[in-house]
Write a protein of this length. Structure first.
Length: 80
C-alpha cells in the first residue's frame, strides 16, 4: 500500500529539487521533472509550474480601517 503525499510534503520535495531543476539544461530538466512527477503523482504541467516558480512569502495583512472605539469606550465595553 502506497502512502499518499500531502500538499506540504509535495511542496517540500519541490523546494528541495527547484534549484537543481533551474540550473540544468533541457535534457536534464526533463529527467528531473519525470522523477518529480513519479514521486508526487502530479500532472506534467503542474510539476513544471511547481518547479519553475518560487513561492512568495506570505505577508500578514494589517487592519485597513481605523478602530471604531477609543481606549475608554473599549474598556467600558469590556467591563459590560
Amino acid at each position: 500500500m502506497k502512502t499518499k503525499l500531502t500538499h506540504a510534503m509535495c511542496m517540500e520535495r519541490a523546494n528541495a529539487v527547484r534549484d537543481r531543476y533551474a540550473a540544468e539544461m533541457t535534457r536534464d530538466k526533463r529527467r528531473i521533472l519525470e522523477e518529480f512527477i513519479a514521486a508526487t503523482r502530479y500532472h506534467e504541467k503542474s510539476g513544471i509550474c511547481a518547479l519553475s516558480t518560487y513561492p512568495e512569502p506570505r505577508h500578514r495583512q494589517t487592519r485597513q480601517r481605523p478602530s471604531l472605539y477609543d481606549e475608554a469606550a473599549r474598556g467600558a465595553l469590556i467591563a459590560l
